[in-house]
Design a binder for this molecule. Structure first.
Ligand SMILES: NC(=O)c1ccc[n+]([C@@H]2O[C@H](COP(=O)([O-])OP(=O)(O)OC[C@H]3O[C@@H](n4cnc5c(N)ncnc54)[C@H](OP(=O)(O)O)[C@@H]3O)[C@@H](O)[C@H]2O)c1
Length: 241
């Protein structure tokens, strides 16, 4: 029998892409989703009807989506980015009762890139400055992207740093800072590049998404796995690799 999948944000760019690509997954059935439209199904009804849920909406309604999954005891993949500390606390608490995957990027390539970034940061000392570049389409709401921030976190982890205090501000570079540069324009699906800049060499690790279906396909592969998991907070590394 097919796994029933509900999508919070089904009318968005990602929601539509997931809906389109789902025909390639005979074990999954998209049963519907939410939007801002007055006729939209409620988050609670969607959670009740689904076996597993995907969130590709906006931080504004994330808490109500987590609450609905919690009440209905359904696994949830969160792809929405631009989340606050308060969102993260809500997610961690809910993950004591349901399986939750927080995946600011659902591509295998970025999961591998993040792994490589952490490994490189472990090997390179503080004489290498770390700068992260990202480009996205003109309509993207948050900046830096959730993926760029995640890559920064993994670099910081590799260097045993606290990630939040190392976002570079204006002015001269301070030792150990991790800088972010953001481009917005056109229809770019997502480009991320992490550069380690030494005095005599630059190492660059880069990923380019060539289609939005990349993220949609990754999200659908991930929910199938998430649906088999015990309650807990899962990372993309645990689900994708
Ligand atoms: N994890 C990944 O790999 C990945 C990849 C791409 C994007 N993302 C992230 O996924 C999220 C969605 O991206 P997108 O490009 O699909 O955005 P989008 O096109 O703006 O779609 C947003 C969706 O959320 C719904 N929505 C917005 N505000 C709402 C509200 N107040 N109540 C209920 N529904 C609401 C929209 O409904 P209406 O159509 O009615 O407005 C729409 O269905 C973003 O945070 C983005 O950064 C993640």
């Amino acid at each position: 029998m097919s796994l029933k999948v509900g999508i919070f944000g089904i009318t968005g760019r990602m929601g539509r892409s997931i809906h389109d690509i789902a025909v390639q997954f005979p074990d999954l059935k998209i049963i519907g989703g939410t939007s801002r439209a007055p006729e939209s199904i409620s988050p609670m009804d969607l959670a009740e009807k689904s076996d597993v849920l995907l969130d590709f909406s906006t931080p504004l309604c994330l808490d109500s989506h987590v609450q609905a999954c919690l009440e209905e005891q359904k696994p949830l993949l969160i792809g929405t980015t631009g989340l606050s500390e308060s969102h993260l606390k809500t997610i961690q608490k809910a993950a004591e009762h349901i399986p939750i995957l927080l995946a600011p990027n659902t591509s295998l390539g970025i999961t591998i890139l993040a792994h490589l970034v952490q490994k490189a940061a472990e090997q390179l000392d503080f004489s290498y400055d770390i700068e992260i570049f990202e480009t996205h389409h003109r309509n993207k709401a948050d900046a830096p992207s959730g993926t760029a921030l995640m890559l920064g976190q993994r670099a910081a982890q590799g260097r045993h740093q606290q990630p939040s205090s190392h976002i570079r501000q204006n002015g001269e570079r301070k030792p150990g800072e991790i800088g972010y540069a953001v481009h917005r324009g056109g229809g770019v699906f997502g480009e991320h590049s992490v550069r380690f800049l030494g005095d005599d060499e630059i190492i660059e690790l880069k990923h380019t998404a060539l289609s939005r279906h990349l993220f949609a396909r990754g999200a659908l592969k991930a929910v199938s796995k998430l649906a088999t998991k015990q309650p807990g907070y899962y990372t993309p590394t645990e689900i994708f690799l």
